[in-house]
Design a protein around this ligand. Structure first.
Ligand code: ATP
Ligand code: FE
Length: 337
């Protein structure tokens, strides 16, 4: 079974080929045009996808050593994401599958972030989470604790009621005048800083839900006060600010995850999504493994942010379930797991 996966939900155009669960290629073309704007500009993203989609798919097939005639099915991100971006990948995938007379498989982008843990890089790669497991999904648009019961059965136990963790990091980074996206920049600066240098407010909300908008405001107001005292405050304290912000976010995320693991008595715990590239969060996972006996699953860096390998692996499991979609199914910009 050979699946072509296509991802175009935001600002990365990606295509990947998976054969019987093993990854043959994963090509990602990230769009640099948005950097100058400090955020993704939807219309520019859509146009860039149109330019990139054909060469990216071509390259993925070439690197996999697979011809289009050998494909069993085409899997694509149907949502959630930016409508103009999604439409490019969805339309291309449908047309491609139709022309080859093979099934098309619609994939939920958030489920795919979780199932990235099942991408095998070789036949011998056998370190996958066991069902049921908990997955902390932290990305640019989502912060959720998910109970994963099976490949096709996930339950959201809690989620952010306002901003996502990645969004909060990106906004705080913007306030500090750093580049976009802020996540990797904050991560790098934080390595040289003191995580206890500053304290920012933490939310008090019930259940397994998250909130990050209060932290963002607290960061902004504190910074404004400090800048009144010292106009070069950011320059002088960049590393400590980044380290303290990162530590606060990691604490907020882990507090609820620990609570869920304890209450549900589950010690298989995974992390997924773009923010799972963060070193502070990854280290905290390792500490929790030692302290609470968790079996932890941390994705390879290239499978944290958006990629088509995760779409192809999700498509592969749907293929085994004969779970196909028809050509009339539209893209959806908003949807939960
Ligand atoms: P969604 O999957 O919810 O639709 P998305 O696809 O835009 O959102 P991802 O690509 O999974 O999100 O993740 C992007 C986010 O990850 C950005 O907010 C980015 O700043 C953050 N990020 C990337 N690398 C790091 C890092 N090393 N540390 C912290 N955050 C990071
Ligand atoms: Fe994503």
């Amino acid at each position: 079974t050979i699946i072509l996966g296509i991802e175009s939900s935001c600002d990365d155009t990606s295509a990947a080929v998976i054969k019987n669960g093993v990854l043959l290629s994963n090509v990602v073309s990230s769009q640099a045009v948005h950097e100058a704007y400090g955020g993704v500009v939807p219309e520019l993203a859509s146009r860039a996808h149109q330019q990139n989609i054909v060469p990216v798919v071509h390259e993925a097939l070439k690197r996999a050593g697979v011809t289009k005639e050998q494909l069993s099915a085409v899997a694509f991100t149907r949502g959630p994401g930016l409508m103009g971006s999604l439409l490019v990948g969805v339309s291309f995938a449908k047309g491609f599958a139709r022309s080859l007379n093979i099934p098309m498989i619609d994939v939920n982008h958030l489920q795919a972030h979780v199932l990235a843990h099942f991408i095998k890089e070789s036949e011998e790669d056998n370190n996958q989470p066991k069902f049921p497991f908990l997955c902390l999904l932290v990305s640019g648009g989502n912060s959720q604790i998910i109970l994963v019961k099976a490949y096709n059965n996930m339950e959201v136990l809690g989620q952010t009621i306002d901003d996502a963790a990645g969004e909060a990091i990106d906004k705080c980074s913007k306030v500090m005048g750093l580049g976009y996206p802020g996540g990797p920049i904050i991560d790098k600066l934080a390595r040289q800083g003191n995580p206890k240098a500053f304290t920012f407010s933490k939310p008090h909300i019930p259940d397994y839900n998250y909130s990050f908008s209060g932290l963002k405001t607290s960061f902004l107001y504190s910074l404004r006060d400090w800048l009144k005292e010292d106009p070069d405050f950011i320059e002088h304290h960049k590393n400590d600010l980044a380290a303290s912000l990162e530590a606060t976010i990691v604490d907020i995320l882990m507090d609820k995850l620990r609570k869920a693991a304890k209450n549900l008595k589950i010690n298989e715990v995974a992390v997924a999504g773009g923010v799972s590239a963060n070193n502070g969060l990854r280290n905290s996972f390792r500490e929790h493994a030692g302290k609470y006996g968790w079996n932890i699953y941390i994705p390879k860096f290239s499978f944290t942010t958006d990629n088509a390998a995760m779409i192809a692996i999700t498509g592969y499991y749907k293929y085994l379930d004969n779970d196909f979609c028809t050509i009339d199914k539209p893209a959806y910009s908003r949807v939960t797991i």
